[in-house]
Ligand binder design. Structure first.
Ligand code: VGL
Ligand code: ZN
Length: 221
């Protein structure tokens, strides 16, 4: 869905700012090309967007995390791994707890953020979405509790931005739909690890009911 007119009700809408951390910016351990190009727009959305509440997310891995290629013999970063029966991507070591690369990028107005959900803390399972971990050893995708937190605060719509468009933002958007939220993705305020997949990913999300917009449409409501 790509509406000309978007209606956002400030009282019931949350902004989710995904994984804006040094390791995902140019020069970082898992740099997303042009990831820094979204910073000004995200800051503007955080400062003057129509939101009741803002939530941040932070990829926050222990050393030796299962998603790191370095933990698997014969596996290079960006190869495919099978973790608990599911194909996932092997990543370079990134966002290790208490390292500079894991810090939230200080240029953004974090003072406005009510809660920061950390994810990827289970050494034995990855976590892309802010709503649910990836599959763990029990075959489940445990919930983070964010859906309940937002619902208790009267939120029915979430607006997503941040990094990476094709990984954590992508999975969060799908899980937001599954959790029953009206879900809006500010496309220009995301960037992808694999931009060559943009068209396909955009179509997949739209087909699942995600409303994909340009951030200027959010200000126009
Ligand atoms: C992410 C890969 C690994 C993300 C996190 O924030 O999109 N991508 N961990
Ligand atoms: Zn990660």
């Amino acid at each position: 869905m790509q509406p000309d007119n978007l209606h956002i009700d400030t009282n019931t809408t949350a902004l989710i700012v995904t994984d804006i951390q040094y390791d995902f910016l140019p020069g970082g351990a898992l740099a997303v090309e042009h990831g820094d190009a979204i910073l000004d727009g995200v800051a503007k959305l955080m400062t003057s967007g129509p939101f009741r509440i803002i939530v941040g997310t932070q990829d926050w891995h222990p050393e030796g995390h299962i998603s790191f290629a370095s933990q698997h013999t014969g596996i290079e970063p960006f190869d495919t791994l099978t973790i608990h029966g599911h194909e996932e991507t092997a990543w370079p070591d990134h966002c290790i707890q208490n390292t500079r690369g894991a810090e939230l990028v200080s240029d953004l107005p974090w003072v406005r953020v009510a809660a920061i959900i950390r994810k990827g803390m289970d050494r034995q399972a990855d976590s892309y979405s802010v709503f649910r971990n990836n599959w763990d050893a029990s075959g489940e995708r445990p919930r983070t509790g964010l859906a309940g937190y937002l619902r208790e605060r009267g939120i029915t719509t979430v607006v997503l931005c941040g990094l990476a468009r094709d990984v954590c933002v992508f999975w969060s958007a799908q899980d937001a739909i599954e959790a029953g939220f009206a879900t809006v993705l500010a496309w220009d305020l995301t960037r992808a690890v694999q931009p060559d997949q943009d068209a396909r990913n955009r179509q997949t999300l739209a087909d699942q009911g995600v409303t994909i917009v340009e951030s200027k449409q959010i200000f126009a409501t």
